[in-house]
Design a protein around this ligand. Structure first.
Ligand code: ADP
Length: 388
């Protein structure tokens, strides 16, 4: 049975409240309701409203374990090749629209360097807090004055809600697998309406188009379930809090490979992603001068290397915890196509598209989700190609 698509009627949501899910077929099924999946679902509803769409998510919205909630939410073109700037600026325009409650806040990104270089200015002109950063050690700065911060988790929630209003259905608490030949296998946990018995149901749904937006699990799903090979990997990233005062006017600071993102009156520390973490890797806390911490060894090494230039990291302000569960962390996709590391999509089987966000999804995630939606819709133009 194919779900009919009435004009502009909102879609249905199945949470775990004992509602029965009729396993009907859809034109499009989007797996994963992180910010990539929710945005792609919304753009598909806008571009091809005649195609029925189901969005499936293993957890809640947004999932606490996903990459989206832990992403720094820093929009900046500093890490993006100039050829992608039109897309990045389109993404910024979407994010800054006042219809969203995502705490969009224009604020500069200040990238500090030890040596002079093109477009670098003296960092002492920037009145940075000397207890946070040692400007004598890093006398030069690149400044992105167009940069902004926002909450990626709120973007996922807002785009999911907009997609549902535009007719997308949403199935929560359901783990999805690719069944091959346009089939999706859905393992759903639900409860009886007296909330006493947990029920495990398996459904099979057919779809002409499947979007795999499972974050760090996406490439594994494509490889394991479909037997294809991909060039993508994944990495674990921790983001400890630094309780040092920040304001709405504080810039995002980047020094010694570490980013300090102002948030909730303090900072969140975002280490660089250096390399993939191997399959089976389980993050474990390292030791700092013999004392166990919640920061894993790789992150500790980054922080020790940055101590000279970011003295605040040597103070009690850094919340390093006692075990890994004390420090927020998440798995990210590391897209391996060209250019490596940037958000991208790839067709991995007939009708099956892998959509990956990764470390630069704050700047290019929405446009990449749009690009896939337009590809599926058969629309050639992209809004960022329009003459201004
Ligand atoms: P992205 O930035 O690519 O959106 P996220 O990690 O935030 O990355 O989102 C991926 C989402 O996919 C998460 O919300 C996660 O819970 C969900 N997910 C992962 N594996 C499955 C699965 N097998 N079935 C359903 N949802 C899944």
């Amino acid at each position: 049975m194919q779900r009919p698509v009435p004009d502009s009627a909102p879609g249905q949501v199945w949470a775990h409240t004992g509602q029965s899910f009729p396993a009907q077929d859809y034109d499009v099924v989007v797996l994963g309701a992180g910010r990539m999946g929710t945005a792609c679902a919304l753009f598909l509803r806008q571009l091809v409203p005649t195609r029925s769409l189901l969005l499936v998510e293993e957890g809640g919205l947004p999932n606490e374990d996903g990459a989206t909630l832990l992403s720094p939410g820093v929009w900046t073109t500093l890490d993006v090749p100039e050829s992608r700037w039109p897309e990045a600026h389109w993404t910024r325009t979407q994010l800054s629209a006042d219809t969203w409650d995502i705490t969009f806040q224009p604020r500069p990104v200040v990238d500090l360097h030890a040596t002079a270089g093109e477009a670098r200015i003296p960092s002492r002109d920037l009145t940075l807090d000397p207890e946070v950063v040692d400007v004598a050690a890093l006398p030069w700065a690149t400044v992105d004055t167009r940069a902004a911060t926002y909450r990626p988790g709120a973007v996922a929630l807002a785009t999911a809600q907009a997609a549902i209003r535009a007719g997308a259905d949403l199935l929560l608490n359901t783990r999805a697998h690719l069944g091959g030949d346009g089939r999706v296998v859905l393992e759903r946990l639900t409860v009886t309406n007296t909330h006493q018995i947990v029920v495990h149901e398996t459904h099979h749904v057919r779809a002409g188009t499947i979007v795999v937006a499972l974050g760090a699990h996406g490439s594994h799903a494509a490889e394991h379930d479909l037997g294809t090979h991909t060039a993508h990997a994944r990495a674990y990233r921790q983001a400890p809090r630094v309780n040092w005062p920040s304001t709405d006017a504080s810039p995002v600071l980047r020094a010694g490979g570490v980013t300090l993102r102002p948030q909730h009156g303090g900072y969140v520390l975002v280490p660089a992603i250096h390399h993939r973490d191997p399959a089976g890797y389980v993050p474990t806390g390292g030791r700092l001068t013999g004392v166990p911490t919640g920061l894993r060894r790789e992150t500790l090494e980054d922080l020790v290397a940055a101590l000279d230039v970011l003295p605040v990291l040597g103070t009690e302000a850094l919340e390093s915890g006692r075990s890994v569960s004390d420090v927020p962390g998440a798995w990210f996709a590391l897209p391996g196509g060209t250019p490596a590391g940037l958000p991208q999509h790839e067709q991995v089987a007939p009708g099956v598209h892998l959509l990956l966000g990764g470390p630069h999804a704050d700047t290019l995630g929405l446009s990449t989700a749009y690009d896939l939606a337009a590809t599926i819709a058969g629309v050639a133009e992209r809004p960022w190609d329009r003459p201004r």
